[in-house]
Design a protein around this ligand. Sequence first.
Ligand code: PLP
Length: 233
Amino acid sequence: MTTIADRLADAHQRIAQAAQNSSRDSREIQLLAVSKTKPIDQIVAAYDAGQRLFGENYVQEGEEKINALRESHGDIEWHFIGPLQSNKTKSIAEHFDWMHTLSREKIAKRLSEQRPSHLAPLQVCIQVNVSQEQSKSGVNPDEVAHLAEIIASLPRLTLRGLMAIPTATDDVALQQAEFSQMQALFEALKQQHPSLDTLSMGMSQDLEQAIAAGSTMVRIGSAIFGARDYAKA
Ligand SMILES: *Cc1c(COP(=O)(O)O)cnc(C)c1O
């Protein structure tokens, strides 16, 4: 039987191989284990195999898991990677360490106001709508610099970088074009904000292409925890 520990080791192996193929140091690339829809015992299994960064998509589900594991597994770093309704910002500000899907000025200001003073600033990435699909969330590439300025001025947020969910496609050329566009955007933004260190892109199916284009954090769900039982919107 393949265990979560085995699949986690496989994911690390894929990351190491992809890094080597693009002459990168694999220590530059973090693995975010996406545990959405998965029960707490699977998170603990990954934790016991050494995993510390976990990503959740749904505010309430994430909050429940964070509360359940706070005492026993206090060194987990929790990342919110889902689409956000504006009435849920308070829960994110109070529970998560990171937020990858920031794309609106109003939400940024609210998160900064709602971040409790006893916690470190919320670490954020701007989500970019790199595929420019109407249905996708995220800011257009030409709006990134403006939103970055605003976030950088907010006291309780720390801007870390950019995040993207490229078009789901078998068209490798299109995929590479979108990852490359993200890499160029990230490099350009670093001219203004030299402390940025996070390019959040790559999932179970496409982590190799993402790493070739400079990803520093791959978000891996099904390759670690298996297929999700049900798809939520
Ligand atoms: C679900 C999800 C992932 C993980 O996807 P897998 O294909 O299961 O690896 C990564 N990023 C985001 C934003 C997700 O919603």
